[in-house]
Design a binder for this molecule. Structure first.
Ligand code: XLS
Ligand code: CA
Ligand code: CA
Length: 437
């Protein structure tokens, strides 16, 4: 196998290729569902996993050195160089980062903020002459010990103020770098026991905080989208942003439903006991579908393993939902995923991204085949025919009353509810997925 340095550019070679450093399904310029694959999929590199994570787990230390033998600002500049080199090799146009991913924490808050803005300028310099820019920016309000009891939901108002400082800088950076969006993942916004928690005040404070951030976004003229990223547990036992439905309820309670969309992570859906497709559909039907953190978990483990997505069945159904939701606008597919601890070479980073990009590209191709084939969408349409005409249509149009419907039902003794034909539909899906073209 080639060395990382010898791989200059990953190209599309098609499904028959056995070259490890080539795409088998991702053909960036090919048009699928009215757009080039690169514009349909909008892949992004995650800085925290790809540029920083080095294999540490709770039982052992690093298995990979990503320091380049440097420290401080020099190391972070070298990491930025590496990130841009990687994106160019992979043909990725977007990246996502937290403040602490790109710059060293200083001895004082002022020094930390100065380091961050210096590195944002460095990233801006790296972006010049390329079409690479952030899919979204975020800030880390969960690792430092001051956030042990939450950020905007901390019982300590100093921590609330620190959170404002962090998000202000994150939004400023997003604007400067021309980011497509800004993400709020709740981190430790939740609790472990009600014995020490004022839930009402905490969630109200989170509402106030989100309103302030949305106002600041407008004040500085940042045009990108704001996203909330739901996650049901980990690190806290009860997270306030459990899943898409919970987040929609939060947004509506605080009148923020017009300001935020969702950044949906596959692995977080799994942890919430939902399928990835379910979360996308809930977002789409509530008008808050935004972006995707593409990864996969492990059903046998039950924690946030952040694996590269290689399950084509899941990516097909996810891409089908995404296409049905109208596709991405500001959002895209951010690989919030890390190569496994034992996949500890620089070649593995490329191979993991190729696997993830190809699996989503295959999912997009198969989703288009589901649409072209027509049997699945037509079945669903047919199943709801009773609402397309007659009194069913009047229900949908709000033209028939409760009492009129009760009177109608009084005259109807026999009702035949048609079969849902689940097994048949699953076999149609298999046929589409595995047919030998
Ligand atoms: C953690 C989250 C996090 C967000 C960004 O589980 O996935 O990485 O995506 O803060
Ligand atoms: Ca995520
Ligand atoms: Ca995760």
């Amino acid at each position: 196998m080639k060395n990382y340095a010898d791989v200059k550019q990953i190209n599309y070679e098609g499904p028959k290729s056995k070259e490890p450093f080539a795409f088998k399904y991702y053909n960036p310029e090919e048009v699928i569902h009215g757009k080039k694959m690169k514009d349909q999929l909008r892949f992004a590199l995650s800085y925290w996993h790809t540029i920083n994570a080095s294999g540490t787990d709770m039982f052992g230390g690093d298995t990979m050195d990503k320091t380049f033998g440097l420290s401080g600002m020099e190391m972070y500049k070298k990491k930025a160089d590496f990130a841009f080199e990687l994106m160019k090799k992979l043909g990725i146009k977007f990246y996502c980062f937290h403040d602490v991913d790109v710059a060293p924490v200083g001895k004082t808050m002022e020094e930390t903020v100065k380091n961050f803005h210096e590195m944002v300028d460095y990233l801006l310099m790296k972006q010049k002459g390329t079409d690479i820019h952030p899919l979204w920016v975020t800030v880390n309000m969960f690792s430092d010990k001051v956030f042990m009891a939450g950020a905007a939901t901390s019982p300590n108002a100093e921590v609330f103020a620190r959170s404002c400082l962090k998000v202000k800088n994150g939004l400023d950076a997003a604007k400067k770098l021309g980011a497509e969006g800004y993400v709020f993942w709740g981190g430790r916004e939740g609790y472990d026991t009600l014995l020490n928690t004022d839930m009402g005040l905490e969630v109200d404070n989170l509402g106030r905080f989100m309103q302030m951030a949305a106002d600041y976004k407008k004040k500085i003229g940042f045009k990108g989208a704001l996203y909330i990223e739901p996650k049901p547990k980990e690190p806290t036992k009860h997270q306030y942003d459990f899943d898409v439905a919970t987040c929609c309820n939060f947004l509506r309670k605080y009148g923020l439903e017009k300001e935020f969309k969702m950044n949906i992570e596959a692995n977080h859906a799994t942890l919430a006991g939902h399928t990835f497709q379910h979360e996308i559909r809930v977002a789409a039907t509530n008008g808050v579908f935004g972006s995707i953190d593409s990864n996969q978990g492990d059903l046998f483990l039950g924690w946030d393993t952040d694996q590269f997505p290689t399950n084509a069945y899941d990516t097909t159904l996810a891409m089908y939902e995404i296409l049905m939701a109208g596709g991405f606008t500001t959002g895209g597919l951010n690989f919030d995923a890390k190569a496994r601890r034992q996949s500890n070479t620089f070649e593995d980073i490329l191979l993991a991204y190729i696997a993830g990009m190809d699996t989503f590209a295959l999912g997009l191709r198969k989703a288009q085949q589901i649409i072209d084939d027509g049997r699945l969408p037509e079945f669903v349409k047919e199943r709801y025919q009773s609402y397309a005409s007659g009194f069913g249509k009047e229900i949908v149009d709000g033209k028939i009353s409760f009492e009129e419907l009760a009177a109608h039902a009084l005259k109807t003794d026999e009702i035949k509810v048609d079969s849902g034909h689940q097994e048949y539909l699953e076999s149609v899906l298999n046929q589409i997925l595995f047919e030998d073209k």
